[in-house]
Design a protein around this ligand. Structure first.
Ligand code: CTP
Length: 402
């Protein structure tokens, strides 16, 4: 599992009408599980609000050279970034970079950077075609800066021409390519993901269930889709909306989930069983609501075992099957040993194990996991937002597929 799967990106926003589109790029990076630090120029605020940038990036936005001077932020920002992306980059910003000017925090970060610089210019056609800008862009390219060319189309006034900032997906792909990572490293892989909890009915209104929210599974599905996989999601009962733009089958009980999974296995390359499946169901479901006075003072519920979907699926000759294990372990050593046992007893290619003591991992936005292979090797650890953990789990999928 590569910790590097979570990139540290500095997104510079300079002052142009396309600043509102920068919000889309920031959101795309955050949704892909990366840490985004926005640095805005004063002019950017003429076009997009600081609160919007902070809310979308999940981080405070820096704009002054003189905040927290003790942290030497003007140097650290650039030094620590895996890449700096400037979107939109105005003609003025491009000229400043060529000249090595550092009038503000963004200019300083650019000068102090160690990683690649990606710029997405946006300006009027005349400015883009002006000899000074043409020269500056050529110099930047010579120096290895990635320039995401502007597109042609309607501009801010009534005019039309070259100068519109490139679309978000082009900026995002160029950034990933610049840091040597394909954004679509799961292209063509068919992934089936289960999420949420099953409910096993006692009567028309009562059930045996669990508190799985479905958040980790949704994060996995979204991350896999962004990385190019073709994703099908089998949803149990969830606290969150199922992932958008993905085929979904609802399966609220273990038996329904079993059918939904098994019938797709031949057309699936990777199964990730993130659902919390009830191990038992009531032997009988009453068709009418159970009445208190008909059950006596010490009622017992007879249970029968549910099919183990993961164990059954793991016998498929071709599909790579990954399971989850939510365990109340006292420490990582115990968690590892439980995960190893589960991986081998179920025959899974890997088990993603997390501790669920005192509410951790379940119903929260964060997770903390250890992944072990079917033969007991520790493949890695990941902690943080579920989207970031999802990216790490998908890195394991890639690793196991070889
Ligand atoms: N699972 C499954 N079918 C079941 C029970 C669990 O496919 N009937 C899957 C889950 O989706 C998860 C993995 O098995 O990927 C582990 O589930 P867990 O409940 O932790 O394990 P159990 O097999 O129930 O073992 P135990 O309760 O003893 O920990």
């Amino acid at each position: 599992m590569r910790e590097a799967s979570r990139l540290r990106l500095v997104v510079g926003v300079s002052g142009g009408i396309a600043a509102y589109k920068a919000v889309g790029a920031i959101r795309a990076f955050v949704m892909d599980g990366h840490d985004v630090q926005v640095v805005a120029t004063q002019a950017a605020y003429e076009f997009v609000g600081k609160s919007t940038l902070e809310a979308i990036s999940h981080n405070p936005v820096f704009d002054s050279l003189y905040d927290d001077v003790s942290q030497v932020r003007h140097v650290a920002l650039g030094q620590n970034a895996d890449a700096i992306v400037i979107a939109p980059a105005t003609a003025h910003t491009l000229a400043g970079i060529v000249a090595g000017l550092a009038p503000d925090l963004l200019g300083n970060a650019v000068l102090a950077r160690r990683g690649p610089l990606v710029v997405a210019p946006a300006m009027h056609t005349e400015m883009w075609q002006n000899a000074a800008t043409v020269h500056n862009v050529a110099v930047l390219r010579e120096r290895g800066v990635v320039v995401v060319d502007p597109a042609s189309g309607p501009l801010t006034g009534n005019d039309s021409g070259v100068g519109r900032m490139a679309e978000v997906h082009s900026i995002v792909s160029a950034t990933y390519a610049a840091v040597g990572r394909s954004a679509r490293d799961l292209a063509g892989v068919r992934i089936l993901i289960t999420g949420g909890g099953t409910r096993e009915a006692l009567d028309p209104v009562r059930f045996i269930g669990n508190s799985s929210s479905g958040r980790q599974a949704v994060a996995l599905a979204e991350a896999a889709r962004v990385r190019g996989a073709s994703v099908h999601f089998v949803a149990g009962h969830m606290d969150v909306e199922p992932p958008s733009g993905i085929d979904i089958t609802r399966a609220g009980t273990a038996e329904l989930m079993r059918s939904a999974v098994l019938e797709r296995l031949d057309d699936t390359d990777v199964l990730i069983m993130a659902a919390a499946v009830a191990d038992y169901r009531p032997a009988q479901m009453s068709s009418t609501k159970l009445k208190k006075n008909s059950l006596g003072s010490n009622p017992t519920i007879e249970l029968v075992e549910n099919p183990d979907i993961l164990a059954e699926a793991a016998r498929h000759p071709r599909c790579l099957v990954i399971g989850f294990a939510a365990e109340t372990a006292v420490n990582d050593a115990e968690l590892l040993s439980l995960a190893r046992h589960k991986a081998s007893s179920k025959g899974a290619a890997a088990i993603v194990a997390n501790r669920v003591n005192s509410g951790r991992g379940i119903g929260t936005d964060d997770n903390d996991v250890i992944v072990v292979s079917g033969d007991g090797r520790e493949l890695g650890r990941s902690s943080g937002e579920k989207l970031s953990v999802a990216q790490s789990i998908l890195d394991v999928v890639l690793h196991l597929r070889g």
